[in-house]
Design a protein around this ligand. Structure first.
Ligand SMILES: *[C@@H]1O[C@H](CO)[C@@H](O)[C@H](O)[C@H]1NC(C)=O
Ligand SMILES: *[C@@H]1O[C@H](CO)[C@@H](O)[C@H](O)[C@H]1NC(C)=O
Ligand SMILES: *[C@@H]1O[C@H](CO)[C@@H](O)[C@H](O)[C@H]1NC(C)=O
Ligand SMILES: *[C@@H]1O[C@H](CO)[C@@H](O)[C@H](O)[C@H]1NC(C)=O
Ligand SMILES: *[C@@H]1O[C@H](CO)[C@@H](O)[C@H](O)[C@H]1NC(C)=O
Ligand SMILES: *[C@@H]1O[C@H](CO)[C@@H](O)[C@H](O)[C@H]1NC(C)=O
Ligand SMILES: *[C@@H]1O[C@H](CO)[C@@H](O)[C@H](O)[C@H]1NC(C)=O
Ligand SMILES: *[C@@H]1O[C@H](CO)[C@@H](O)[C@H](O)[C@H]1NC(C)=O
Ligand SMILES: *[C@@H]1O[C@H](CO)[C@@H](O)[C@H](O)[C@H]1NC(C)=O
Ligand SMILES: *[C@@H]1O[C@H](CO)[C@@H](O)[C@H](O)[C@H]1NC(C)=O
Ligand SMILES: *[C@@H]1O[C@H](CO)[C@@H](O)[C@H](O)[C@H]1NC(C)=O
Ligand SMILES: *[C@@H]1O[C@H](CO)[C@@H](O)[C@H](O)[C@H]1NC(C)=O
Length: 855
């Protein structure tokens, strides 16, 4: 198929090339004079105009002085008048042009149509001279990074029919008044997007003067709610009116809108601050076909009288509607798209809600958890939907059998819809056009059939969080997102797709009962961005894999070494190989090639050898978990090169999370002794866990440079020497475990300054001297210090000899920040009470940001 397409493309190209060369030869040999329509003076002007532009993408390559480019009327984007040959049209939309707009444009005096939209004029001003192109009828300068005050000279363009202006989202294009607009008597279409009109208090007055207006859009313009001129009326011909993204209130905007001509067919007041119920009088706009009110704060039910029976598009999403959905909505017989997403609608949806909706194509009721469906099994709906979105509605417990009639479905979302059923076989034959299916978070059971040839054109299939069982189905190779996680699929995978190429970018088979070796076909998944096979029982070696961003293989039984194929995955940011039986040294190339890595967990495997200092090159790393292995040697001194653990705000946060809508990153770490899964909180947690290995030597003081570290666990090793003296630098630390090593010397007093610390464990070492006394430190349990026979002072019961002070580790260098802040505090029972409270808050304060697994 693909081969065929390519072949035809080549063929087309060949034919064009042949035709062109034939034409050239023909013209030359016959000496036939090509009719050049272009006017020389205008051509020169255009070339000057081009000269001052930066045409990075060679979009204007047909513009030139060369012989075969003689006719400027044939240049791309240029249009000439058939009779006079004057250039009348310049359409340069979205050509990636930059640079300056040359005044030579003025030579093209007959220009009627100028579109420079979607280019990048580097926040320069709109040139005033554009106002002198007196014949312009159409001017589009939108989304081209113009800034500053709009030149009032544009008001000279008295023949203008259509004007589009916008700044890039920053609202840096402004107009302090719109007086200049009032001179554009012929204006029919006016759109201004994110133009800062805060100061333009005359905007309503001006609108009343534009008597020819048909389409008026003033979106995100910070329009002031000024006293409307009395009477306020607008052009009789106004048919589309949009004021999205301003801050209007209901009481201000509705009286105004009701006074607009009854010819209005489109009204868009979305993303304002409209409140209360929708006023009934809205129903008087009898020609209204499109009504967009999403993103406001409307309450109540949908009052049917407020809805014109001509409506084809109705969007009331993202409001606070809290009543029932009235059945009368079923009489809006022209309705094609109905959006009621994300409200608090409640009540029961029945067949009569749809009685006359024969034109309905898109039904969006998602995120209204109070809605249930009560529809008979044999219902034959009057419509044919292409999109159906019912997330969070209660449509169960049975599969909605009426879908059987919907053979044009492209998008179906019945996730979290309380369905407890099997997936009917007819469903897979229903609509070959299906592009996206989301049936996740239900209670579907049963075995899935071979799906490889069921969809010709699918983007995503999400059946996660159900109870599908049996072996994994063969899946269509052409989609992007495949999520079958958290089901009960079992057996080994022999093949999951049956073509030679596969386009999947997101594959999640985690939390199933799958076992056996991964088949070789995984190596052919060349487009994978996200691969999650965690929490299965896969065994054998990890095959050759190519994954761009995120790899999760934890909690399986993989053996062997980290495959060298992963070495080419240089943009990986997230790798979790924990809880397998992997072995070997930690390869040094890990630090050299995975430079974008944010998360690395090799926890609970059989890795040995020492920690390569190359890991210190991972400047973006936020979680390093090597715990529960057989790693020996010392802790590298270069840990202070892990700069993400030093920076307060890692730049990574937003780029990393939610690569796919609905997808998320999650991982297990051992957090304060409990295994916790955290989701989307990587930006909060910075963690080093080297516990339960065979590490020796002392803790390099460099580790205290990692000032944004939240958790540090070095427990259960053979580490010795003194605790880092300037440990108070780790001021973000919430969890610190040095237990079960051979640390000696005193506890650095700085530890009492770690006021974020929720869990501290120094037990079973050779620490000695007095435990530093501070209110915070006393809140820790006695278990934090036990097993250090030479340690004394509270909370231990062993009292110190009267004159003993906390011992200061004697280290020649790096003693900055060492302060001997001994305070003899009054100890009373109150401390033991605050101890318990402090512990509980300390623990849950952080765990609250975690989403515990199986919650
Ligand atoms: C645009 O104009 C500025 C100032 O006149 C000049 O410095 C710059 O070189 C011009 N850019 C181009 C591409 O001609
Ligand atoms: C000019 O000629 C082109 C091509 O022959 C034609 O498509 C277009 O309609 C003509 N325009 C006018 C205004 O006659
Ligand atoms: C506008 O400028 C910004 C940078 O200032 C750039 O990121 C953006 O792509 C530009 N917009 C267009 C349409 O070129
Ligand atoms: C854009 O403007 C900035 C400053 O206003 C200037 O430094 C830069 O060179 C300009 N870029 C281009 C491509 O003209
Ligand atoms: C165009 O408009 C500006 C400002 O509105 C004015 O000063 C100028 O005289 C006008 N030019 C012409 C040619 O009408
Ligand atoms: C105005 O905009 C509408 C809708 O985009 C379009 O159909 C119509 O042709 C435009 N009218 C003018 C005069 O540009
Ligand atoms: C719009 O302009 C006003 C007045 O010049 C200014 O105070 C305001 O910050 C601007 N708004 C935006 C979003 O730039
Ligand atoms: C609406 O128009 C009527 C009649 O022209 C007028 O009396 C009334 O004041 C207008 N209302 C508003 C809010 O402009
Ligand atoms: C608006 O109303 C005024 C007074 O009734 C009238 O003179 C004017 O023509 C009306 N304008 C439009 C656009 O209908
Ligand atoms: C809907 O919300 C409004 C405002 O919060 C409240 O007054 C009304 O009682 C609610 N209606 C229902 C049916 O819950
Ligand atoms: C594999 O794909 C072909 C067509 O692409 C299909 O006919 C066949 O049923 C699929 N399944 C198996 C197991 O071969
Ligand atoms: C640590 O960073 C310093 C300075 O950027 C560099 O000179 C040194 O080679 C790095 N060390 C390691 C092991 O990456």
């Amino acid at each position: 198929m693909i081969v065929d397409q390519k072949f035809f493309q080549h063929l087309q190209l060949l034919v064009i090339v042949l035709l062109l060369s034939w034409r050239d030869t023909f013209e030359h040999s016959t000496g036939m004079k090509d009719v050049i329509r272009c006017i020389e003076k205008e051509k020169e002007a255009l070339l000057k105009f081009k000269d001052e532009l930066i045409d990075e993408y060679s979009q204007l390559s047909s513009w030139g002085n060369e012989k075969y480019k003689k006719d400027c009327c044939k240049w791309s984007g240029v249009g000439c008048d058939n009779q006079t040959n004057h250039i009348v049209e310049l359409d340069l939309v979205n050509m990636g042009l930059r640079g300056n707009i040359s005044i030579s444009l003025l030579e093209i005096q007959h220009l009627k149509y100028l579109d420079l939209g979607e280019n990048d004029f580097n926040h320069s001003r709109i040139p005033q001279f554009i106002g002198s192109l007196g014949r312009l009828q159409h001017l589009d300068l939108s989304n081209s990074n113009f800034s500053g005050e709009i030149p009032h000279h544009l008001g000279n363009l008295s023949e203008l029919n259509s004007l589009r202006l916008s700044s890039s989202a920053d609202g840096s294009l402004t107009s302090t008044n719109l007086d200049w607009l009032s001179r554009l008597h012929s204006l029919k279409n006016l759109s201004m997007f994110s133009v800062n009109l805060t100061m333009a208090t005359d905007w309503l007055q001006i609108i009343t003067k534009l008597t020819q207006l048909q389409h008026l859009f003033l979106d995100s313009c910070n329009l002031p709610m000024v006293l409307p001129p009395s009477p306020f009326n607008a052009s009789n011909s106004l048919s589309a009116f949009g004021l999205t993204g301003n801050e209007f209130s209901s009481s201000w905007i509705f009286p105004l809108v009701f006074n607009l001509s009854s010819s209005l067919t489109l009204l868009d007041l979305s993303s304002n601050k409209l409140q209360g119920e929708i006023p009934i009088s809205l129903g008087n706009m009898s020609r209204l076909t499109s009504l967009y009110l999403y993103g406001n704060q409307f309450t109540g039910e949908v009052p049917c009288p407020a809805l014109s029976s001509s409506l084809t598009d109705l969007d009331l999403s993202n409001n606070m509607f809290n009543g029932t959905i009235a059945q009368c909505i079923g009489s809006l017989s022209k309705l094609e798209y109905l959006y009621l997403v994300s409200n608090n609608f409640e009540g029961i949806i029945t067949e009569s809600h749809f009685s006359d909706l024969s034109q309905l194509q898109g039904l969006y009721l998602s995120s209204n958890s109070g809605i249930s469906f009560n529809i008979s099994l044999g219902w034959n709906p009057p419509f044919q939907l292409t999109g159906l979105y019912l997330t969070d509605c209660n449509i169960g417990p049975h599969f909605p059998t009426w879908l059987r009639t919907q053979t044009r479905l492209k998008y179906l979302d019945i996730s979290n819809a309380e369905i407890s059923d099997t997936f009917p076989d007819w469903f897979w034959e229903l609509s070959p056009k299906l592009r996206s299916l989301n049936a996740s978070n239900n209670n579907f059971q049963g075995v899935l059939p071979d799906l490889s040839s069921k969809f010709s054109n699918f983007d995503s299939i999400d059946l996660s969080f159900n109870h599908f069982n049996g072996s994994l189905p063969i899946l269509p190779p052409n989609g992007f997102v495949v999520d079958l996680s958290s089901n009960e699929f079992s057996g080994s995978i022999t093949n999951i797709y049956n073509e030679t190429s596969c386009y999947w970018e997101y594959l999640d088979l985690s939390n199933n009962l799958l076992a056996g070796q991964l088949p070789d076909c995984f190596a052919n998944l060349q487009n994978l961005v996200y691969l999650n096979l965690a929490h299965n029982n896969f065994s054998g070696k990890i095959p050759s894999l190519k994954v761009t961003l995120s790899l999760h293989l934890q909690n399986n039984s993989f053996t062997g070494e980290i495959p060298t194929s992963l070495r080419s995955c240089t943009s990986l940011t997230f790798i979790d190989l924990s809880q397998n039986k992997l072995t070997g040294n930690i390869p040094t190339w890990v630090g050299d090639t995975w430079t974008y890595l944010v998360f690395l967990s090799l926890r609970s495997n059989e890795f040995f050898g020492s920690i390569p200092s190359h890991l210190c090159h991972l400047a973006n790393l936020q979680v390093l978990d090597l715990s529960l292995n057989k790693i020996s040697g010392g802790i590298p001194k270069c840990l202070n090169n892990l700069t993400a653990m030093i920076q307060v705000d890692s730049e990574f946060d937003s780029a990393f999370i939610l690569y796919y809508e609905g997808g998320f990153e999650s991982a297990f770490v051992t957090w304060k002794g409990k295994e916790a899964e955290y989701i989307n909180t990587l930006n909060l947690v910075k963690l080093i866990d080297l516990s339960s290995n065979n590490l020796i030597g002392d803790v390099p003081t460099e580790i205290t440079s990692l000032v944004t570290l939240v958790g540090l666990n070095l427990s259960r090793n053979n580490l010795s020497g003194f605790l880092p003296p300037n440990i108070e630098r780790l001021r973000s630390l919430d969890f610190l475990d040095f237990s079960r090593n051979h640390f000696s010397g005193g506890i650095p007093t700085g530890i009492s300054q770690l006021d974020q610390l929720g869990v501290l464990d120094l037990s079973y070492n050779n620490l000695s001297g007095k435990i530093p006394q501070s209110i915070h430190l006393q809140t820790f349990n006695v278990f934090a210090f036990e097993g250090n026979p030479r340690l004394c002072g509270l909370p231990l019961t062993k009292a110190c000899p009267k004159d003993e002070i906390a011992q200061v580790p004697k280290i020649g260098h790096n003693v900055d920040g060492m302060k001997n802040q001994e305070e003899d505090k009054l100890i009373n029972d109150g401390f033991y009470i605050s101890m318990a409270v402090g512990f509980v808050f300390g623990f849950w304060g952080v765990c609250g940001t975690f989403v515990l697994n199986h919650s």
